[in-house]
Design a protein. Structure first.
Length: 209
């Protein structure tokens, strides 16, 4: 299916999020008329639509390229991208809830985690991160966790607003900063010594329980 058709169907479903069910997606006229979906079963159609939506969400981060050029700090760039993505999520909250409820009920947790990791990776790339080795993965895993944590709050809170987004992003980034500050003060040698001491101290003393 070409990108234009995909975009039209996605736009229709977002606009009519209150009135459709993924379990009967092939019954919707705009989907039924599409030749690409003619010989697919309902699950295959849903998979195609959701995959397109997830890919489109990642690509839409590129809309921030011009704005990011005016921001010097990498952390500030990450903050801007996080707020942008969460604002987009909030605008289509009913559709998003249906997407992720469907993925969860189908047991597609790998697809969910893959999406959050990939979008976090794209944020770091757009922010100009040049990390390598362990740092590359740790930054992306931390951002994945941070985004996922706020995202869950966004889709489960009854009165979540744009104001909440900025408050939560600032709060979570501050926690990450504190963690990084602590991490930078602890040397590898100190960590090794602590582990050695723990190993020694954890040997059985008497019979215990």
């Amino acid at each position: 299916m070409n990108k234009l058709d995909s975009k039209k169907i996605l736009h229709y479903l977002i606009k009519n999020a209150d009135n459709f069910s993924f379990s009967q997606i092939k019954e919707i006229t705009i989907v039924k008329k599409n030749k690409y979906f003619r010989y697919m079963d309902n699950k295959e159609v849903v998979s195609n639509i959701i995959t397109y939506y997830l890919e489109d969400s990642i690509e839409n981060l590129d809309l921030n390229k011009a704005r990011l050029k005016k921001i010097s700090s990498i952390t500030a760039k990450i903050k801007h991208l996080l707020i942008f993505r969460l604002q987009q999520d909030l605008k289509i909250i009913i559709f998003i809830k249906k997407v992720f409820i469907y993925l969860i009920t189908q047991g597609l947790f790998t697809k969910i985690l893959d999406y959050f990791f990939r979008i976090s990776n794209q944020m770091w790339n757009l922010a100009g991160d040049n990390s390598t080795d362990l740092n590359y993965y740790s930054k992306r895993l931390i951002l994945t966790t941070l985004y996922l944590k706020i995202f869950i709050k966004l889709i489960t809170s009854a009165n979540y607003s744009e104001e909440n987004i900025e408050i939560d992003v600032n709060s979570e980034l501050l926690k990450v900063k504190k963690f990084n500050d602590l991490k930078s003060k602890i040397s590898l040698e100190e960590i090794t010594n602590i582990l050695k001491r723990f190993k020694t101290d954890s040997r059985p003393k008497g019979r215990g329980f």
